[in-house]
Design a protein around this ligand. Structure first.
Ligand code: ATP
Ligand code: MG
Ligand code: MG
Ligand code: MG
Length: 576
């Protein structure tokens, strides 16, 4: 490409409403031009970068076995009604009517349409796993479109959807996509971090975001440098809790010694199994109010080591491993236990009987599973294998820098990030309401298991610039640069020698497949350099009469702005 034939339209100043650096630089370098709030023209420079990003995405998606399709931008409302999202999606869904008054939506994402494809196309377990992707324009009527391409209303997304015959296979498909995403962001040359994300109404923890680390990021992430724990703290309120693995206490560990018998356990509530030496005591504690009126008793379940009488419990001689309680009336106690459990009399629960864990027991009858019966004890318990690891719950919204990581492996660090990708296990969220089924090996109809995987293709441009810029302009990672090399020919219009050398080098590089642009505009050096520093081309070769006299040209690396004189012959070596 010759600059004289390309459209270069740089500006000294960004528009006053531009807020963050990537937005300013994209506008100043002439990559994008605004048409309306959150709606942009992609100019030739931006399209070159966009195509490079898309090429890498396509290569990695294809390699991972995903098949490219294109789904309609305008999607029928009926499908969105079937999934329930016509009502639920809210104002971000842009709705329109055709001339017959039929309702449509501009796709903000394509789960409905792709599930419709699946229910028509997939009939047998033999057709799965299968994964479809598209790189398509999306429209979301964002409440606050801003930051240029970062939060547009119209934007480009790569969205993929996997279809599997069961959960196990679906998880494999999810992992394939996760790995493909890592390769994509590695190849793009970005610093990023995968984090646990909100899995919305679906639940489960198979939802991860890829966050490009940048101070201007809208998301806050916490991670533990000592382990692989990382999460987005924005998790929706109901899901803002994350399970924390609690270390089994010394007592618990002692319980988990190998043994022989294994019977029923009644102690899931307590997360502590009964063994020959660990027994449960069910007791009730009378309670009276200040005027001496009887209140519902506190029913306490205590796990103790060894056999003990009530008196010993009362006297505090008992090694209580764990306990929980709830309130119950005398009638309830009678109905559940058939008789009154041992009464302790009016004692203070935490004062007189140490309660190690407070829990809410949902059902009184859960107290009577014969825990103290001979042979109903459990030994040889292995945490994680026989019983769930004891867990605690952490509310991530309240976490501050330096708090202990939920995995207990180190302290938490906070960072800001830009969500550039999201992988999500959907299960039957869409396939069930849309009745996307297939026949299994036994000819029985089953519901398809799905996953969805998005990449913010146009957002990536902004994210890359947020991470790679200086006061002169953009510093593109090589893989994303609109051009890899610029030859700045000083006095191209005047000097025969410069013209000859520059053309020869340009043609040579082009023939070698180097993505090169020759600046043949005959501009003053300062103006020409400022353009390419703003546009962010990684390598610059300057050819001028002065250097040519000494047999040298100049090479400048955009990132460190180091300039060195090199022989004309050395140039190609340098660009490798
Ligand atoms: P955000 O939290 O930033 O609103 P999202 O969680 O709503 O994003 P997803 O539904 O997960 O977005 O869409 C997949 C990807 O599309 C996102 O990871 C993001 O990179 C990109 N994306 C989402 N909304 C926009 C937007 N308004 N402009 C540009 N890219 C977007
Ligand atoms: Mg959003
Ligand atoms: Mg998000
Ligand atoms: Mg998301």
């Amino acid at each position: 490409m010759r600059a004289s034939q390309f459209h270069i339209s740089t500006k000294k100043e960004a528009p006053a409403d531009a807020e963050i650096v990537s937005q300013k630089l994209m506008l100043r370098s002439g990559m994008i031009r605004k048409e309306a709030a959150g709606i942009y023209n992609y100019m030739p420079l931006a399209v070159r970068t966009l195509k490079k990003v898309e090429k890498i995405i396509r290569e990695e998606m294809d390699k991972a076995g995903s098949l490219e399709i294109v789904m309609p931008m305008v999607q029928p409302a009926e499908l969105w009604m079937e999934s329930g999202r016509w009502q639920k999606y809210g104002d971000e869904l842009l709705r329109l009517k055709d001339r017959h008054g039929r309702e449509f939506a501009l796709q903000p994402t394509s789960e409905e349409v792709v599930t419709d494809i699946a229910r028509q196309e997939i009939n047998s377990w033999k057709q799965m796993p299968v994964n479809f992707y598209q790189i398509q324009t999306k429209f979301r009527d964002e409440r606050r479109p801003r930051f240029g391409l970062m939060r547009g209303r119209e934007f480009v997304m790569k969205d993929a959807y996997s279809f599997d015959r069961n959960e196990e296979q679906a998880v494999k498909s999810y992992k394939l996509m996760f790995d493909a995403y890592c390769r994509i962001f590695d190849r793009l040359g970005l610093v990023y971090r995968p984090v646990r994300a909100d899995s919305g109404a679906i639940g489960g923890n198979l939802s991860q975001e890829f966050q490009v680390i940048a101070d201007t990021g809208e998301d806050v992430i916490v991670y533990c440098p000592e382990s692989d724990f990382a999460a987005n703290i924005e998790l929706a309120p109901a899901l803002s809790v994350i399970e924390k693995r609690a270390e089994p206490t010394e007592e618990m560990k002692m319980v988990a010694t190998p043994g022989k018998e294994k019977c029923e356990t009644m102690t899931e509530y307590l997360g502590l199994p009964l063994t020959k030496s660990v027994k449960a005591i069910v007791l009730a504690i009378d309670r009276k109010d200040e005027e001496g009126k009887e209140l519902p008793a506190k029913v306490v379940l205590l796990l103790v080591r060894g056999d003990h009488s009530l008196n010993e419990v009362k006297a505090g001689k008992v090694d209580i491993l764990k306990g929980g309680y709830r309130f119950a009336t005398d009638d309830e106690i009678m109905n559940t236990f058939g008789s009154k459990p041992g009464y302790l009399g009016p004692v203070g629960l935490s004062k007189d009987v140490p309660v190690i864990a407070d829990l809410t027991v949902a059902n009184m009858s859960d107290f009577v599973v014969g825990a103290n019966k001979e042979g109903y004890h459990i030994t040889g318990v292995n945490w994680g294998r026989d019983l769930p690891e004891p867990t605690q719950v952490v509310d991530l919204r309240n976490v501050v820098e330096g708090d202990m990581s939920p995995d207990g492996k180190g302290k938490l660090t906070m960072q800001r990030g830009i969500e550039v990708g999201h992988v999500f296990y959907l299960g039957d969220r869409y396939s069930k309401p849309l009745k996307a089924t297939f026949l299994d090996e036994n000819g029985k109809p089953q519901i398809i298991h799905m996953g969805c995987y998005g990449i913010g293709v146009s957002r990536l441009l902004g994210a890359a610039i947020e991470q790679n810029h200086d006061d002169k302009g953009i510093i593109w990672p090589k893989a994303m640069a609109p051009f890899e090399v610029v030859i700045c020919a000083l006095g191209y219009d005047k000097s025969e020698a410069v013209r000859e050398k520059a053309d020869t080098l340009y043609n040579k590089l082009k023939a070698d497949g180097v993505d090169v642009i020759l600046d043949d505009r005959g501009l003053r050096p300062g103006v020409m350099f400022a353009d390419w520093e703003l546009i962010g081309v990684p390598h610059r070769i300057t050819i001028g009469d002065k250097g040519l006299k000494d047999g040298v040209v100049e090479y400048t690396n955009r990132r460190d702005m180091n300039t060195e004189k090199v022989s004309y012959e050395q140039v190609e070596e340098l660009l490798k």
